[in-house]
Design a protein around this ligand. Structure first.
Ligand code: KG4
Ligand code: ZN
Length: 340
């Protein structure tokens, strides 16, 4: 069995995963209440909250799985990249300490790759090779995945991640943090053609890059105009709020689906795997499925419960275990996204 630890952003998570990828135990402690009043993740508070939660969460999965860690664990795996530095450090320090105490090897997990591996877990059979698309609060990246351990970066956002755009637009519409799920609920009663919004880089067939900051700013201008007026003073009707949410959501999803299609065509892959928090969005899921049917490609979207950050997707560490790809105990974190 593996212990997997995830602390890249604002979820403290741990899981116990068997070699056949079955999940013995999994826990996630959210920090929503810590960051809600700031309408976004405050990195230092996130690190401190991880510090409080990490040992209870790890102890909790040991209890839930009813295992004897010294005897039953083969290794301890932890996400070391990419993420918020303070958050990553807490997870890595905990993992190192456990490795020393229990005399186990350490495996480092690439968090973005793990998001795609959630598709493998759900699918039950090998999903590689595929195009991997991570759509989350911190990342919007396309990969050519030749195998579970051989990835090359194809393109991604040149500014905001799509989840970040959802969250910021949600704040403009007066919704709580994290706004993505609230925004998609508000959009249900809206007309997605009510507000014409830009779809940056959508038609640029030369690149698999995307951009969401212009779309976000366009929503702002629809609400407050181009001046410095305060959101609190704007008077949108309920219908206008829903229409704006629906129009934004449609524009963002159009951009994602178009680049997913372009990536499949460019790489000539027959399978697309999508993970990350925004992949929990029902409209995105159905539009990706429609696109797959149109192209005759297989589209696998991670199950909603494995889209947002969790430690179960850390099962990707078994791939490294199989080839004894262990890390030294002096390994450091890599907060930035290396394009691989
Ligand atoms: O994967 P995740 O938990 O964290 C990162 O690794 O970044 O993704 C969190 C993001 C947030 O921006 C959240 O608003 C968004 O995923 N999200 C959604 C939905 N559920 C979560 N966005 C749109 N629609 C949803 N249903
Ligand atoms: Zn994530």
């Amino acid at each position: 069995m593996l212990l997997t630890i995830e602390t890249t952003c604002d979820e403290t998570a741990a899981a116990i995963i068997d070699r056949d990828l079955s999940v013995r135990a999994a826990r996630v402690a959210s920090q929503e209440e810590v960051h809600q009043r700031f309408q976004g993740v405050v990195p230092e508070l996130a690190a401190r909250a991880h510090l409080e939660r990490i040992l209870p969460i790890v102890g909790g999965v040991f209890d839930d799985a009813n295992i004897h860690p010294q005897e039953d664990l083969s290794a301890i795996a932890v996400a070391t990249q990419p993420g918020l530095p303070g958050s990553l450090l807490v997870g890595l320090a905990a993992a190192k300490a456990l490795c020393v105490a229990l005399d186990k090897p350490l495996i480092s997990i690439h968090h973005v790759h793990a998001h795609i591996y959630a598709c493998q877990l759900a699918h039950g059979v090998d999903v590689f090779p595929c195009v991997g698309f991570v759509v989350s609060g911190g990342h919007t990246n396309l990969y050519n995945c030749r195998s579970a351990s051989d990835w090359s970066y194809l393109g991604g956002t040149i500014d905001d991640a799509v989840g970040e755009a959802f969250d910021k637009v949600a704040v403009m519409l007066g919704l709580p943090y994290p706004g993505g799920p609230h925004l998609s609920r508000l959009a249900e009663a809206g007309d997605d053609r009510a507000y014409p919004l830009p779809r940056p880089m959508l038609r640029d067939r030369e690149t698999l890059n995307l951009s969401f900051s212009g779309l976000k700013t366009a929503v702002r201008y629809k609400i407050v105009g181009t001046g410095k007026q305060d959101f609190a003073q704007t008077q949108l009707s309920e219908q206008e709020r829903s229409d704006l949410a629906a129009s934004f959501q449609r524009a963002a999803i159009d951009c994602i689906v178009a680049k997913a299609e372009l990536a499949l065509k460019q790489t000539m892959r027959q399978r697309l795997c999508v993970g990350g928090g925004v992949a929990a969005n029902q409209l995105l899921r159905s539009e990706l499925t429609n696109m797959g049917e149109r192209l005759g490609c297989e589209v696998i979207v991670a199950p909603p419960e494995l889209c947002t950050d969790n430690a179960v997707m850390g099962a990707i560490a078994w791939e490294k275990f199989a080839v004894s790809d262990f890390s030294e105990l002096d390994i450091d974190i890599t907060p930035g996204l290396l394009r691989a």
